[in-house]
Write a protein that binds this ligand. Structure first.
Ligand code: ADP
Length: 208
Protein backbone atom coordinates (compact mmCIF):
# COMPACT_ATOMS: atom_id res chain seq x y z
CA UNK A 1 0.00 0.00 0.00
CA UNK A 2 1.26 3.50 -0.83
CA UNK A 3 0.79 6.24 1.74
CA UNK A 4 1.62 9.89 1.23
CA UNK A 5 0.16 13.37 0.84
CA UNK A 6 -1.47 14.66 -2.35
CA UNK A 7 1.27 15.44 -4.84
CA UNK A 8 3.78 12.99 -3.39
CA UNK A 9 3.70 10.97 -6.62
CA UNK A 10 1.72 7.97 -5.41
CA UNK A 11 -0.17 7.53 -8.70
CA UNK A 12 2.99 7.64 -10.82
CA UNK A 13 4.91 5.27 -8.58
CA UNK A 14 1.89 2.97 -8.15
CA UNK A 15 1.73 2.33 -11.92
CA UNK A 16 5.44 1.58 -12.18
CA UNK A 17 5.75 -0.54 -9.03
CA UNK A 18 2.57 -2.53 -9.73
CA UNK A 19 3.93 -3.21 -13.24
CA UNK A 20 7.19 -4.50 -11.74
CA UNK A 21 5.35 -6.69 -9.24
CA UNK A 22 2.82 -7.91 -11.82
CA UNK A 23 -0.20 -6.91 -9.73
CA UNK A 24 -2.98 -4.37 -10.38
CA UNK A 25 -2.65 -0.84 -8.97
CA UNK A 26 -5.92 0.03 -7.27
CA UNK A 27 -6.36 3.79 -6.92
CA UNK A 28 -9.51 4.99 -5.15
CA UNK A 29 -8.99 8.48 -6.62
CA UNK A 30 -8.92 7.02 -10.17
CA UNK A 31 -11.99 4.88 -9.52
CA UNK A 32 -13.86 7.90 -8.17
CA UNK A 33 -12.80 10.09 -11.11
CA UNK A 34 -13.89 7.41 -13.63
CA UNK A 35 -17.28 7.29 -11.89
CA UNK A 36 -17.59 11.08 -11.93
CA UNK A 37 -16.84 11.15 -15.70
CA UNK A 38 -19.28 8.30 -16.27
CA UNK A 39 -21.92 10.13 -14.19
CA UNK A 40 -22.68 6.97 -12.19
CA UNK A 41 -24.52 6.98 -8.88
CA UNK A 42 -21.19 6.46 -7.09
CA UNK A 43 -19.68 9.38 -9.04
CA UNK A 44 -22.58 11.63 -8.08
CA UNK A 45 -22.18 10.64 -4.43
CA UNK A 46 -18.45 11.41 -4.49
CA UNK A 47 -18.19 14.52 -6.67
CA UNK A 48 -19.05 17.28 -4.20
CA UNK A 49 -16.58 15.92 -1.64
CA UNK A 50 -13.81 15.58 -4.20
CA UNK A 51 -14.30 19.07 -5.63
CA UNK A 52 -14.10 20.51 -2.11
CA UNK A 53 -10.96 18.50 -1.35
CA UNK A 54 -12.73 16.55 1.38
CA UNK A 55 -12.70 12.81 1.86
CA UNK A 56 -15.59 10.85 0.46
CA UNK A 57 -17.45 9.25 3.42
CA UNK A 58 -15.87 6.02 4.64
CA UNK A 59 -18.91 3.83 4.03
CA UNK A 60 -19.01 4.78 0.32
CA UNK A 61 -15.27 4.30 -0.10
CA UNK A 62 -14.96 1.08 1.86
CA UNK A 63 -17.83 -0.61 -0.02
CA UNK A 64 -16.24 0.38 -3.33
CA UNK A 65 -12.83 -1.01 -2.35
CA UNK A 66 -14.35 -4.25 -1.06
CA UNK A 67 -15.97 -4.83 -4.47
CA UNK A 68 -12.74 -4.03 -6.26
CA UNK A 69 -10.66 -6.37 -4.09
CA UNK A 70 -13.09 -9.21 -4.79
CA UNK A 71 -12.35 -9.02 -8.54
CA UNK A 72 -10.37 -11.84 -10.13
CA UNK A 73 -7.23 -9.84 -10.95
CA UNK A 74 -6.72 -8.99 -7.26
CA UNK A 75 -6.57 -12.61 -6.13
CA UNK A 76 -2.79 -12.90 -6.42
CA UNK A 77 -2.06 -9.51 -4.88
CA UNK A 78 -2.51 -5.78 -5.52
CA UNK A 79 -1.05 -2.39 -4.78
CA UNK A 80 -3.32 0.12 -3.03
CA UNK A 81 -2.93 3.81 -3.87
CA UNK A 82 -4.95 6.37 -1.91
CA UNK A 83 -6.67 3.85 0.35
CA UNK A 84 -6.88 3.62 3.31
CA UNK A 85 -6.95 7.32 4.16
CA UNK A 86 -8.43 7.21 7.66
CA UNK A 87 -7.85 4.93 10.65
CA UNK A 88 -11.44 3.67 10.28
CA UNK A 89 -10.72 2.70 6.65
CA UNK A 90 -7.52 0.95 7.74
CA UNK A 91 -9.40 -1.10 10.31
CA UNK A 92 -12.09 -2.05 7.81
CA UNK A 93 -9.44 -2.94 5.25
CA UNK A 94 -7.76 -5.24 7.73
CA UNK A 95 -10.99 -7.12 8.36
CA UNK A 96 -11.92 -7.32 4.63
CA UNK A 97 -8.46 -8.65 3.81
CA UNK A 98 -8.71 -11.13 6.65
CA UNK A 99 -12.00 -12.43 5.18
CA UNK A 100 -10.28 -12.83 1.79
CA UNK A 101 -7.33 -14.64 3.37
CA UNK A 102 -4.99 -11.70 2.67
CA UNK A 103 -3.02 -9.18 4.72
CA UNK A 104 -0.97 -6.11 3.85
CA UNK A 105 2.70 -7.02 3.29
CA UNK A 106 4.16 -3.54 3.34
CA UNK A 107 3.20 0.13 3.60
CA UNK A 108 5.43 2.52 1.75
CA UNK A 109 5.21 6.17 2.79
CA UNK A 110 6.35 8.73 0.21
CA UNK A 111 7.80 11.68 2.12
CA UNK A 112 7.79 15.16 0.54
CA UNK A 113 7.83 18.53 2.33
CA UNK A 114 4.75 20.71 2.08
CA UNK A 115 6.30 23.56 0.04
CA UNK A 116 7.24 21.09 -2.66
CA UNK A 117 3.74 19.55 -2.60
CA UNK A 118 2.06 22.92 -3.10
CA UNK A 119 4.45 23.71 -5.94
CA UNK A 120 3.84 20.35 -7.66
CA UNK A 121 0.05 20.41 -7.32
CA UNK A 122 -0.43 23.97 -8.46
CA UNK A 123 1.61 23.30 -11.61
CA UNK A 124 0.11 19.87 -12.33
CA UNK A 125 -1.82 19.38 -15.57
CA UNK A 126 -3.69 16.26 -16.49
CA UNK A 127 -5.04 15.06 -19.82
CA UNK A 128 -8.80 14.70 -20.21
CA UNK A 129 -10.17 13.79 -23.68
CA UNK A 130 -6.87 14.82 -25.25
CA UNK A 131 -6.88 18.24 -23.56
CA UNK A 132 -4.49 19.42 -20.85
CA UNK A 133 -6.53 20.73 -17.94
CA UNK A 134 -6.07 21.43 -14.25
CA UNK A 135 -7.88 19.08 -11.90
CA UNK A 136 -10.73 20.87 -10.11
CA UNK A 137 -9.17 19.92 -6.76
CA UNK A 138 -5.71 21.23 -7.75
CA UNK A 139 -6.86 24.88 -7.39
CA UNK A 140 -4.71 26.60 -4.71
CA UNK A 141 -7.37 26.93 -1.95
CA UNK A 142 -8.45 23.31 -2.46
CA UNK A 143 -4.83 22.13 -2.41
CA UNK A 144 -4.33 23.79 0.97
CA UNK A 145 -7.48 22.15 2.26
CA UNK A 146 -6.43 18.69 0.95
CA UNK A 147 -3.09 19.04 2.74
CA UNK A 148 -4.89 19.90 5.96
CA UNK A 149 -7.21 16.90 5.53
CA UNK A 150 -4.11 14.76 4.99
CA UNK A 151 -2.43 16.05 8.15
CA UNK A 152 -5.53 15.54 10.27
CA UNK A 153 -7.06 12.34 8.91
CA UNK A 154 -4.45 10.40 6.94
CA UNK A 155 -1.04 11.15 8.47
CA UNK A 156 -1.95 9.18 11.65
CA UNK A 157 -1.81 6.03 9.48
CA UNK A 158 1.97 6.40 9.44
CA UNK A 159 2.16 5.64 13.18
CA UNK A 160 -0.61 3.04 12.90
CA UNK A 161 1.32 0.97 10.33
CA UNK A 162 4.67 1.68 11.95
CA UNK A 163 3.42 0.09 15.15
CA UNK A 164 2.45 -2.98 13.11
CA UNK A 165 5.98 -3.17 11.71
CA UNK A 166 4.74 -2.66 8.14
CA UNK A 167 5.96 0.87 7.42
CA UNK A 168 8.90 1.95 5.28
CA UNK A 169 9.43 5.67 4.66
CA UNK A 170 11.21 6.84 1.56
CA UNK A 171 12.35 10.24 0.38
CA UNK A 172 10.08 11.04 -2.60
CA UNK A 173 12.03 14.07 -3.82
CA UNK A 174 14.12 13.40 -6.89
CA UNK A 175 13.46 12.05 -10.37
CA UNK A 176 10.71 9.47 -10.92
CA UNK A 177 13.40 6.82 -11.52
CA UNK A 178 15.26 7.69 -8.32
CA UNK A 179 12.08 7.42 -6.26
CA UNK A 180 11.15 4.10 -7.93
CA UNK A 181 14.59 2.73 -7.11
CA UNK A 182 14.20 3.71 -3.44
CA UNK A 183 10.70 2.23 -3.37
CA UNK A 184 11.76 -1.09 -4.87
CA UNK A 185 14.70 -1.14 -2.46
CA UNK A 186 12.37 -0.72 0.50
CA UNK A 187 10.18 -3.53 -0.88
CA UNK A 188 13.20 -5.82 -1.22
CA UNK A 189 12.69 -5.95 -5.00
CA UNK A 190 16.18 -4.80 -5.97
CA UNK A 191 18.09 -7.69 -4.42
CA UNK A 192 18.64 -5.70 -1.22
CA UNK A 193 15.93 -7.13 1.06
CA UNK A 194 14.80 -4.70 3.73
CA UNK A 195 17.56 -2.21 3.01
CA UNK A 196 17.07 1.32 4.29
CA UNK A 197 18.07 4.05 1.92
CA UNK A 198 21.10 5.99 3.08
CA UNK A 199 20.26 9.67 3.15
CA UNK A 200 16.53 8.93 3.25
CA UNK A 201 14.33 10.61 5.83
CA UNK A 202 14.37 9.03 9.24
CA UNK A 203 12.12 11.33 11.23
CA UNK A 204 8.48 12.23 10.90
CA UNK A 205 7.29 13.15 7.43
CA UNK A 206 7.24 16.93 7.24
CA UNK A 207 3.79 16.90 5.64
CA UNK A 208 2.24 15.06 8.53
P1 ADP B 1 -4.55 13.01 -4.21
O1 ADP B 1 -3.75 11.93 -3.56
O2 ADP B 1 -3.77 13.83 -5.18
O3 ADP B 1 -5.34 13.85 -3.23
P2 ADP B 1 -6.51 11.10 -5.20
O4 ADP B 1 -6.72 10.88 -6.64
O5 ADP B 1 -5.94 9.99 -4.40
O6 ADP B 1 -5.64 12.41 -5.14
O7 ADP B 1 -7.90 11.51 -4.50
C1 ADP B 1 -8.72 12.54 -5.02
C2 ADP B 1 -9.96 12.69 -4.14
O8 ADP B 1 -10.72 11.46 -4.16
C3 ADP B 1 -9.70 12.92 -2.66
O9 ADP B 1 -9.45 14.28 -2.35
C4 ADP B 1 -11.01 12.42 -2.04
O10 ADP B 1 -12.06 13.33 -2.20
C5 ADP B 1 -11.32 11.20 -2.90
N1 ADP B 1 -10.70 9.97 -2.31
C6 ADP B 1 -9.73 9.20 -2.86
N2 ADP B 1 -9.42 8.18 -2.05
C7 ADP B 1 -10.20 8.28 -0.96
C8 ADP B 1 -10.35 7.54 0.25
N3 ADP B 1 -9.61 6.44 0.51
N4 ADP B 1 -11.28 7.96 1.16
C9 ADP B 1 -12.03 9.04 0.93
N5 ADP B 1 -11.93 9.80 -0.17
C10 ADP B 1 -11.04 9.44 -1.12
Amino acid sequence: MLLGPPGAGKGTQAQIIAGQLGVPAISTGDIFRANVSGKTELGLAAKSYMDAGDLVPDEVTVAMVKDRLAEADAKAGFLLDGFPRTIAQAEQLRSSLHDLGHALDRVLELVVDEDELVRRLSTRWVEVDGQRVQREDDKPETVRHRLQVYREQTAPLSGFYDSEGLLARIDAIGTVDEVTERALGALGQDGAEGSEQPGGPTGQPSAG
